[in-house]
Structures are given as C-alpha cells and as structure tokens.
Design a protein around this ligand. Structure first.
Ligand code: NI
Length: 158
C-alpha cells in the first residue's frame, strides 16, 4: 500500500513546481538540509508514521499549537529561553547580543555553553511582561543560524 502511494507521488512529480490542490491537500516543495531530513525520517519511522507527509503534518500542527499557546499567555511572568545556534553564522553573535541588550530590563541572567566546534547553547532567565518575553523569543527564533528555541514561562505571581 505504501509502495503504491510512493509511485503515485513520483508520477505527480512533474507538477511539483509551485503547488497543486488535490482532495483538500496542498502539495508544497520544501528545501531542507540533508541531515535534518535524515533525522526527521528516523524519528517518524521510530514513531510508526505511515508516511513522511503525515509526520510533517503533525510537526506543523505541534508548531501551531505551541505558537498559539505562547500567544495566549499574559501578565507578569518568569521564564527561560533556551536556544542552540551556529556561532559561525555571519553576524549572528552580534545580532543576538543586540537583541538581548534591547530587552535588558527583563533579563535576569544568561549562560553560554560551547557545545561543539560550531554550536553554542544559551539559556536566558527573564522576568517581565508575557508579551515582551514572547517578542524576545520570536526575534531569536527568526534569526538565521538559530537551530532550536524553547520558551518556558510560568506566572511570576503564583
Ligand atoms: Ni559558544
């Protein structure tokens, strides 16, 4: 069954330019680093997904749920932003520094750990308005070379 599906998909390849709608599904073309795709494929295989498309749909749903949850938080909060980034990415270290200085009133502390030749890990502990904490996390997420961002918050006035 899976094989048949693969064949159908490859037959449609000439139409993959742009996207097409079919049975309520839209086909998109995405460029990914090979190692990222390999890791993703390994995970969806371990988790028993029937196809790569199903795994990608779930990953996108999880991304949307997380974003919507983040948007829903309000008030005075305390939390952390952790992220991994490639410090050889041109200009990235300076951009991260500029952003943090812009939000210095919220940042309680930050820790930098050199993970490998290219990767750095940082955790920022911060306290402030939920909207601005989110804003800071989103600015870090949007930077090229930042590979993974995790925001955790809790209400400061519990
Ligand atoms: Ni480092």
């Amino acid at each position: 069954m899976e094989e048949k599906k693969e064949k159908q998909e490859s037959r449609q390849e000439p139409h993959e330019e742009g996207h097409e709608e079919e049975h309520g599904l839209t086909r998109i073309g995405v460029s990914l680093p090979a190692n990222l795709l390999e890791k993703f494929d390994r995970i969806i295989e371990e988790r028993g997904y029937s196809s790569r498309s199903e795994g990608i749909r779930d990953a996108i749903r999880a991304y949307i749920v997380e974003y919507e949850w983040m948007r829903g938080e309000t008030g005075d909060q305390i939390g952390t932003i952790t992220y991994i980034y490639d410090h050889s990415q041109r200009g990235l270290v300076n951009e991260l520094m500029d952003i943090q200085h812009h939000y210095l009133d919220m940042i309680c502390s930050s820790t930098h750990i050199h993970l490998s030749e290219e990767n750095c890990f940082e955790v920022i502990v911060l306290r402030g308005d939920a909207k601005r904490i989110r804003e800071l996390a989103e600015k870090i997420m949007a930077l090229r070379g930042v590979k993974h961002v995790k925001l955790t918050t809790t209400h400061a006035g519990l």
